[in-house]
Design a protein around this ligand. Structure first.
Ligand code: CA
Length: 224
């Protein structure tokens, strides 16, 4: 889940659309108080924060996030029209992980989102994804089936991880491509099928947890 705090509706919708097309879930907010309420209910993986907002501004919201133990490690990308060097320094000093100045292209925006998520993803301590006999340990980059390690290629590992992170949700081949391969929409969707096949083979019986949803894509867990 990515939270996007931006008061300009067209920009907020454009960002949400781009992220959703890349397989992310997004919640948009037009100002800070609504956003802070949502934070208490659910912590996102990433926050996109506009600086100039009605009410409390983005820098102040950022400082507040960094002061609280429960939110201090959530990555934040500042988004703003104020692209001067001074603002950039202030933003980074306030604890932003990255900074992007309007206007910007969607390709650059998505690349930065992915880079920040990748850098910050390494912090997941002790997290284990499971499905039946299958376990995936992001920290040590291991996959175990009934306690025995299975050797996967990097893409097989990332594909499995992406499916496990969205357990119970059907993911389309395009979503999988853009998240795991970071291609855009003209990627070769057959690549996904080839990797799912080899993944199932390597996982043996545990591979049956990866379900093909006809005409849509793949899913792990949930009803078959
Ligand atoms: Ca604004």
């Amino acid at each position: 889940m990515i939270y996007c705090v931006e008061d300009e509706q067209n920009i907020r919708e454009l960002l949400a659309y781009s992220l959703e097309s890349s397989g992310y879930q997004v919640r948009g907010f037009s100002e800070g108080s609504e956003f802070r309420k949502a934070l208490e209910e659910q912590k996102p993986e990433l926050i996109l924060l506009d600086i100039m907002l009605p009410g409390e501004d983005g820098l102040s919201l950022l400082r507040r996030l960094r002061q609280q133990a429960s939110t201090k490690d959530i990555p934040v990308i500042l988004i703003t029209a104020k692209g001067t060097e001074y603002d950039k320094v202030q933003g980074l000093e306030a604890g932003a992980d990255d900074y992007i100045a309007k206007p910007f292209g969607m390709m650059e925006f998505l690349a930065r989102v992915k880079a920040v998520l990748r850098r910050c993803g390494k912090k997941e301590q002790g997290k284990v994804y499971t499905c039946g006999d299958l376990q995936l340990l992001p920290e040590s980059h291991q996959v175990l089936v009934a306690g025995q390690e299975v050797q996967l290629t990097l893409k097989e590992f990332e594909l499995l991880r992406y499916l496990l992170e969205h357990s119970g949700i059907v993911l389309s081949r395009d979503q999988i491509l853009s998240r795991v391969w970071e291609y855009d929409f003209d990627g070769e969707t057959r690549t996904v099928d080839v990797h799912v096949r080899s993944l199932r083979q390597k996982l043996g019986e545990a591979g049956s947890c990866i379900q093909t949803v006809r005409g849509v894509g793949y899913r792990i867990g949930g009803k078959s």
